[in-house]
Ligand binder design. Sequence first.
Ligand code: SF4
Length: 141
Amino acid sequence: MTPPLRFRPHHFLCALGYEGKGYSEAFTANMSAIVIGRLRTDAGDDVQIEVAEAADDICAPCPKRRDLGCAVQPRIDRLDISHAAALGLAAGDTLSWRDAKARIRTRVAPGSLGQLCAGCEWEPLGLCEAALLRLHADHAK
Ligand code: SF4
């Protein structure tokens, strides 16, 4: 059986909003393989994801990774704490991408990422907020 992906709490929203931008060529290649190659496929909703408490599958080739930590650890800690609380997740939980998206839909309101993702350098681009809006709109159809 394929082992589950491992995401730290704030990377569930990052995966939802990912549009091919990242910290380096290796980073975007890896994140594209995970998000586009696995989650955004016909079988993607069934992919299992384990909640990690430190560096995860997305962090692996990141130029900011420092072993299991991150060069901007205090900012990352704040993001992980707020996202874990918002999504009701704890390290060691395992859920499908389908369930993760349902949690985001039911627990993260459109317009809330400015607060939830405060401090993230990608948030002001609006890509994640647009993806969150699409997630809510797709469900309402
Ligand atoms: S910036 Fe830090 S938390 Fe974000 S992907 Fe890179 S190593 Fe991981």
